[in-house]
Design a protein around this ligand. Structure first.
Ligand code: KMT
Ligand code: NI
Length: 171
């Protein structure tokens, strides 16, 4: 895992966009974003059990598995959104970027590779993209039924109770 402030320069979302200013695991944790290195599936299982996650699935994001809709999917994942539940993703293969909003609403890019797990708190604005390899295989963990409706940023979502709770208790 490596994290840094996003450079906000034009260019494809899959380019690194590295500003050169690193973000530490500590800084991420102050946003409620937790990083875990899980070298084995047992390590994943322990975290899932601790947090009450009973279900999971796998998604492979690549042109080979998604065909013509790949580019659309990648753009969809990159729309800034939040969820009303915590989001846990575990990288099984390939690489991807999760961008999360910092204290001052700036983007922080988190580069994840195989064996990396990220836990995003409910209510944090974020987005996802593959990198220039255009390939990531990830496990999505959930507590009950899959409930990761993305709520795209807007005035209505800024007023969402989960957003307000996040802003009031974490930021
Ligand atoms: C999300 O919430 O944007 C995703 O789940 C992206 C695909 S998982 C690597
Ligand atoms: Ni999401």
């Amino acid at each position: 895992m490596k994290a840094y402030w996003y450079d906000n320069e034009p260019g494809d979302q899959r380019e690194p966009h590295d500003s050169g200013r690193l973000a530490t695991e500590d800084e991420l944790s102050r946003l409620g974003v937790l990083y875990k290195h899980c070298p084995t599936i047992e390590a994943v299982n322990v975290i899932a059990q601790e947090r009450g996650y009973r279900n999971r699935d796998e998604i492979c994001v690549s042109p080979a598995t998604m065909g013509a809709v790949y580019e659309d999917k990648v753009k969809m994942f990159f729309a800034e959104h939040l969820h009303e539940d915590e989001e846990i993703r575990y990288i099984l293969d390939g690489e991807g970027y999760f961008d999360v909003r910092g204290q001052a609403d700036e983007w922080i890019r988190i580069c994840l590779v195989k064996d990396d797990m990220i836990i995003l708190p409910a209510g944090i604005y974020h987005r996802f993209t593959t990198n220039e390899q255009n390939y990531v295989k990830a496990m999505r963990l959930f507590q009950d039924e899959p409930k990761w409706t993305p709520l795209n940023r807007g005035v209505d979502v800024d007023a969402n109770v989960h957003r307000k709770t996040y802003v009031d208790t974490v930021l």
